[in-house]
Design a protein. Structure first.
Length: 103
């Protein structure tokens, strides 16, 4: 059962793992269906603005976190989005007094 994977299958598998664990994670352990549609046609992946998508994803989850934080009955919350991006922004803010995470 040594089946070879085609290049587009490898690219899809890599992107699902990268998006769901590093770039666009959620509180759920399953990949989100919000970006699965983009992985259908591998030829068009280069035309997509992945940086903007990850940035918007992070801002959406920060806003969601802030709304959930206001609810009194929430005992456990998670912050979705690329936490490493937030760490870099934090580092740049304190080192260079520059904050570049904007809406």
């Amino acid at each position: 059962m040594n089946e070879e994977m085609f290049d587009d299958q490898i690219i899809r598998c890599f992107l699902v793992v990268a998006l769901s664990t590093f770039l666009c994670p959620t509180a759920n352990t399953k990949p989100s269906t919000k970006y699965m549609g983009a992985l259908v046609n591998v030829e068009q992946l280069k035309q997509l603005n992945w940086c903007r998508f990850v940035h918007d994803w992070e801002l959406m989850y920060i806003k969601k976190y802030q709304k959930e934080k206001l609810k009194q009955n929430r005992t456990m919350m998670t912050l979705g989005g690329c936490i490493y991006h937030l760490a870099i922004c934090h580092s740049f803010f304190f080192k260079y007094n520059v904050f570049f995470l904007c809406d």
